[in-house]
Design a protein around this ligand. Structure first.
Ligand code: HOZ
Length: 427
């Protein structure tokens, strides 16, 4: 297997783009390799510029739940593109997408489309502040809500991958209004809220912490967030950018049975195009301009290409057996990966919510950021590289989740399990 062309491109990219990449984790820095440059993708596979084939478990970090280049999505995009790519004006297709989302998420009565998950969370917080007329927010250690100032405090994703506690360039005054509590720590959460509730506008959480791997909420955690925020008149925001339409059609809120006041979405609802959305109770969303005084805008918001890809993706996902199929495939992969670790006597912990998952190289349970950080990242890196050489594309960080799509076949999973067995034997 050669990656000579990728190496050449990386040398060029690094001269022109910070770190040679347009998003930090892609640089492969934490796994000690050089990034592969992608040429094409189809179904469960991606192909690099050196024509190597990989079974893909990154899936553009989640959105490609139908697999890459799904024929139905591609066909509808062709006709959309022929009619123009952006108008900066309302279109029928954005109403269709709003309808589909609102139908799937009873907690959402009104929704605003934006261009990324970062914009969605940033705007949801602004609306919460406008609605409650309070400034402080509570977030949880290791939860990543995009890269807006004030949210880059003890964040996951790239900051977890590179061990950066916060980001340079964020004024202290912004971070001061962000109170941070360990994920799954009900007692600390309650004591912070009891002390500070008068100044807290909102609580924002990833219901499944997917930017430090895949950390599941413990029984009672999300329920407590709901009860306490309701008690004190604080807005509860679920950042479902990753979990929305992923862990179930109704997201984590349907999966765990807890309804937030605002939901942030992204990834899957754009079917692989840049998109985000935030929506919630009518009362809160009516605060958004031009209906209300909270300003938020965007030239490409509701872009017809992204809306079309989103609508077509959701239509396919809403078919009866889609999530059952994903569940069967995921169960098979879970069993195989666990057996491969046990068979090689490598201590791991495997977690998943629906079809998002993570294998941690640790013998101890992972319940929050602290316990996730105890995972052996050296071992993960060796595993990652061995898997890549066998044609399996995992996320290049111990602190990112993996995903499967409806295009992943039994043969794909068998090949993956076999590769994992050998890789775990090597490391
Ligand atoms: N923060 C993203 C995953 N959680 C990474 C996005 C990317 O590198 O494309």
């Amino acid at each position: 297997m050669t990656t000579a062309k990728s190496k050449r491109l990386y040398r060029k990219a690094i001269e022109l783009i910070p770190g040679g990449v347009n998003s930090p984790v892609r640089a492969f820095k934490s796994v000690g390799g050089l990034p592969i440059f992608i040429k094409t993708a189809k179904g469960s596979k991606i192909y690099d510029v050196d024509d190597n084939e990989y079974i893909d478990y990154v899936l553009s970090w989640g959105p490609m739940i139908l697999g890459h280049s799904h024929p139905v999505v591609v066909e509808s995009l062709k006709s959309t593109i022929e009619n123009g790519t952006s108008y900066g004006a309302p279109t029928p297709i954005e109403i269709k997408l709003a309808e589909l989302i609102i139908k799937a998420y009873p907690s959402i009565e009104k929704i605003r489309m934006v261009n990324s998950g970062t914009e969605a969370t940033m705007s949801a917080i602004r609306v919460s502040r406008g609605f409650t007329r309070k400034d402080k927010i509570i977030k949880f250690e290791g939860c990543y809500h995009g890269h807006a100032d004030g949210l880059l405090v003890e964040a996951g994703s790239g900051t977890a991958t590179f061990g950066i506690p916060g980001s340079a360039g964020v004024p202290e005054s912004y971070a001061r209004d962000t109170l941070v509590v360990p994920f799954n720590d009900i007692d600390t959460f309650k004591s912070v809220i009891q002390k500070e509730w008068k100044s807290i506008a909102c609580v924002i959480v990833e219901p499944v912490a997917g930017n430090i791997g895949c950390v599941l909420p413990m029984p009672g955690f999300l329920e407590t967030l709901r009860e306490e925020t309701q008690k004190y008149g604080i807005v509860l925001i679920f950042d479902e950018v990753m979990t929305g339409f992923r862990v179930s059609y109704g997201g984590a809120q349907a999966y765990y049975g807890v309804r937030p006041d605002i939901t942030c979405l992204g990834k899957i609802i754009g079917g692989g195009f840049p998109v985000g959305a935030y929506g919630g109770l009518r009362e809160i969303m009516s605060m958004v301009a031009p209906e209300g005084p909270v300003y938020q805008a965007g030239t490409l918001s509701g872009n017809p290409i992204a809306m079309t890809a989103g609508v077509e993706t959701l239509k396919i996902l809403s078919k009866r057996d889609t999530y059952k199929r994903l569940e069967r495939t995921m169960q098979y992969l879970e069993e195989g990966l666990k057996d491969a670790a046990e068979g090689n006597d490598v201590k791991t912990r495997f977690y998943r919510a629906g079809s998002m998952f993570c294998t941690y190289f640790t013998a101890r349970d992972v319940v929050d950021y602290e316990t996730a950080k105890r995972a052996d990242t050296e071992k993960f890196s060796r595993f990652f590289m061995a898997m890549l050489k066998s044609g399996i594309n995992l996320a290049p960080s111990q602190f990112e989740a993996g995903f499967i799509s409806i295009a992943h076949t039994k043969a794909d999973i068998d090949k993956t399990i076999n590769a994992a067995y050998n890789a775990l034997g090597e490391i």
